[in-house]
Design a protein around this ligand. Structure first.
Ligand SMILES: *Cc1c(COP(=O)(O)O)cnc(C)c1O
Length: 474
């Protein structure tokens, strides 16, 4: 593609993008695509001859776009959001333009030093002590794996990296509500799923510290070596907040690594009033949260903070001759702060976001979303046919439809049907979980474009769809 053609296509694309951003809400949130439908429209082999960009773009609009879920839709209430924003998009465009590989300081000094600075900004913004140092990872899953590997190496005197396991029997602890990435990390770190001890939760779905202590004590008696606790600050199911102070007390006493998985909720720590709820987080060894979930920064951008960066570097540092540079001792080489060698320039979009909004605007946005969901929670509580199923500390509400005339045994099926009907409208998208094995509807209002009216409209639609569903059954 010649420069002039690129310029023209790029201008056209920017117009297309700006229109899309204005009109995202006009698309069905989820497509009505059947499995295999997109695949069938794509040729089995790559083209032999060059194709015109116009043709490629036409196929994007015809084949790809109708098969997309629109994560930036104002009525995207599913999972957790993967937020984006215009400044973040512009940052991503420049990252693409530079197409730098930011593995070492020397391979892009500005990328390294900007990453260091924006991580310091985030550290201050969420109220972490200065001792913590941050690095951008691709995902929280990767960060949690880094934490477990660091814990393993610190505990073994960095010997497992060297010799492999020599009979250690480590145990990792997390609540039954912990994210599946914890178990995946336990597997990859060679510890074995069977050595992930799942601790029961209280009626608010937060880890029970007494049960944690009891499990650790029992494990020591049985000859295991307790290694690490992964506390959730904001579980995926219901944003339950594990009691970090009490967990930190236990970890200190037992000399265990404390990793805090705040993948979603951690962005909320830019609100001083929420920092109160996270007391104890400053005593963690490591913590992760995803600006790519709630803080308007494009996927992928996961902020990983560690109390002792030397442990991280000692765990992951491995410098072959061809990567050695004269200034290695004076700079951060982020290739040694995680798993992968090659790294994207992710700090740029985060810098654009933090500067374009400023903390005040971001705080306002998060506060609004939280207040709309608290309002919805009150409405659910006030409605005789709906039941709220978990506390609402942030902007996720868990609930179910529970009309008087339907027996408990029928409720799971009824709610699954309600969810399917709601999502089939294409006007909103919600997902479910199980809490105490009860089928639970989740509504997260964390999308940047979501307004109070969208949350109100969703609640109206939930009520009318539920009534119709009930009437059809009778
Ligand atoms: C979303 C989520 C994760 C996984 O995040 P990735 O960045 O996709 O790996 C982990 N833990 C919690 C609590 C989450 O909500």
């Amino acid at each position: 593609m010649q420069s002039e053609a690129f310029r023209n296509h790029a201008h056209d694309l920017v117009d297309w993008i700006a229109n899309y951003l204005d009109q995202t809400g006009d698309y069905p949130v989820t497509p009505q695509t059947q499995p295999g439908e997109i695949l069938a429209q794509l040729p089995a082999l790559a083209p032999d001859q060059p194709e015109a960009f116009e043709q490629i773009f036409a196929d994007f609009e015809k084949i790809i776009l109708p098969g997309m879920t629109h994560w930036q839709h104002p009525s995207f209430f599913a999972y957790f959001p993967a937020n984006a924003s215009p400044p973040s998009l512009l940052g991503e465009m420049l990252t693409s333009a530079l197409a730098a590989q930011c593995m070492s300081w020397l391979t892009s000094p500005a990328a390294t030093e900007l990453e260091q600075r924006v991580m310091e900004w985030l550290r201050e913004a969420i109220g972490l002590p200065k001792q913590f140092q941050g690095v951008i990872q691709d995902t929280a899953s990767t960060a949690t794996l880094c934490a477990l590997l660091s814990a393993r190496e610190r505990e073994s005197g960095f010997s497992i990296n060297e010799h492999g396991f020599t009979g250690q029997r480590y145990r990792v602890y997390a609540s039954i509500e912990a994210h599946s990435s914890v178990e995946k990390a336990v597997r990859i770190a060679g510890l074995g799923s069977a050595n992930l001890v799942k601790i029961p939760v209280d009626s608010d779905f937060a880890l029970q510290p007494q049960a944690l202590q009891a499990a650790i004590t029992a494990d020591r008696q049985a000859g295991y070596t307790p290694l690490c606790v992964v506390a959730a600050w904001g579980t995926t199911g219901s944003t339950a907040l594990d009691p970090l102070s009490e967990i930190a007390d236990i970890c200190e006493r037992e000399k265990l690594w404390l990793h805090v998985d705040a993948a979603y909720a951690g962005s909320g720590l830019i609100l001083p009033e929420l920092q109160e709820l996270a007391k104890g987080i400053e005593r963690a060894d490591s913590l992760v949260f995803n600006p790519h979930k709630w803080l308007l920064t494009h996927f992928d951008c996961s902020a990983y903070f560690v109390r002792d960066a030397a442990v991280l570097e000692q765990t992951f540092g491995l410098t072959p001759e061809y990567l050695k540079t004269a200034i290695d001792r004076q700079v951060n080489n982020y290739r040694d702060w995680g798993i992968q060698l090659g790294r994207r320039f992710r700090a740029l979009k985060l810098w654009f976001v933090l500067r374009s909004y400023g903390l005040t605007e971001l705080q306002l946005l998060l506060r609004n979303q939280i207040s709309w969901v608290q309002e919805l929670a009150d409405d659910i509580d006030a409605h005789p046919d709906f039941e709220r199923l978990a506390p609402v500390p942030l902007n996720l509400v868990c609930f179910r439809y529970k009309p008087e005339q339907i027996a408990e045994a029928e409720l799971d099926k009824l709610n699954a049907e309600l969810l399917a009907r709601l999502n089939a409208t294409g006007q909103l998208f919600m997902t479910h979980t199980r809490l105490n094995s009860v089928y639970t509807l989740r509504l997260v209002a964390g999308q940047r474009r979501t307004q109070r009216e969208d949350v109100r409209a969703a609640w109206e639609q939930i009520q009318t769809t539920a009534q119709t569903l009930l009437a059809n059954r009778a």
